[in-house]
Write a protein that binds this ligand. Sequence first.
Ligand code: PLP
Length: 381
Amino acid sequence: MTPTSPTTITLPPSLLPADGRFGSGPSKVRHEHVERLVETGSTLLGTSHRQQPVRAMVGRIRAGLSELFSLPDGYEVILGNGGTTCFWDAATFGLIEAQSQHLSFGEFSSKFAAAAKAAPHLKDPQVIESATGTHPLPVADPDVDLYALTHNETSTGVAMEIRRPGGAGGPADGLMAVDATSAAGGLRVDPTQFDVYYLAPQKCFAADGGLWAAACSPGAVERIERIASSGRWVPAFLDLKIALDNSRLDQTYNTPALVTLYLFAEQLDWMLEQGGLEWTAARCDQSAEILYTWAEQSGFARPFVQTPRDRSHVVGTIDFVDEIDASAIAKVLRRHGVVDTEPYRKLGRNQLRIAMFPAIDPGDVAALCACITHIVGALAA
Ligand SMILES: *Cc1c(COP(=O)(O)O)cnc(C)c1O
């Protein structure tokens, strides 16, 4: 029997999601926010980032993140250009004192470990790895001055709870630096369990990339100031003290992308109006419940992550049985405007990866599942 060619499969329009963007970053940007951006006319885009309209927007982002994460007194939000990848380099210069410990369980978490390992001014980092589809746990160690964790490993769809490593003497005293790029705004977090919770706005915050933001505890601010006054050479663009000083004035060291700032601020306002982090996390829970239940009941697909507790509620990874080519499904979806369901390229599995960020309607996740079931039926016909 010749399998049906994916190029001939047609999805009934009634089955399609209202919005077909399921990418894990850049991710769905809400139409409402783009329309409001257009309405700002000549008052925002093309104006100085050192003047009130843009600085007020940076202030909204800093205050909005503080409110969303319920940051305790003394925590500060710092911003800079260059996205999360740039922040890893900045942290290698300005947050790690001598030795870091990294949990490495996918493409993103391995990158910060590599940056710390390559830095000539630091001791070799401790790197704790685990098989893809799982996550390791941090191990308290008095030599470690920074624990590098990843709240949601976007390449594999594994999420982990953020908790300081304990030990006989109570919690370890190294800084907890958490890559929350794809988790922040969609997964619950206890701010007393982190010192630096850093992110870029092209995931849950439904904006464009190119910016990083970091919620910093007083301990982290103290570390930044201490390293800055220690005489260590730091390139100005990666200098967290310069970023801190500018952020306190509601600006960035060099010119930011105003569209990114605008969309970020709008998404934060939207999240807070809807009910804040509990509302967004509950919405992501609902999408995840729909996706994983559908996969488990499908007979042809299953969640890639074995342990239900580790399954991400913001980025779902679904494996398909060998007889069904996941890339053929992604092609049919793409032809219908349902895009970016392809798996993380380096994972190399017969898989689809589906973002369930707060901007994505759980109803659209359900529609996507129905579309995939339809395609699988047609492929087998
Ligand atoms: C997307 C992502 C990154 C990379 O972010 P950039 O802004 O592109 O540098 C890093 N870590 C995680 C967990 C991510 O999801």
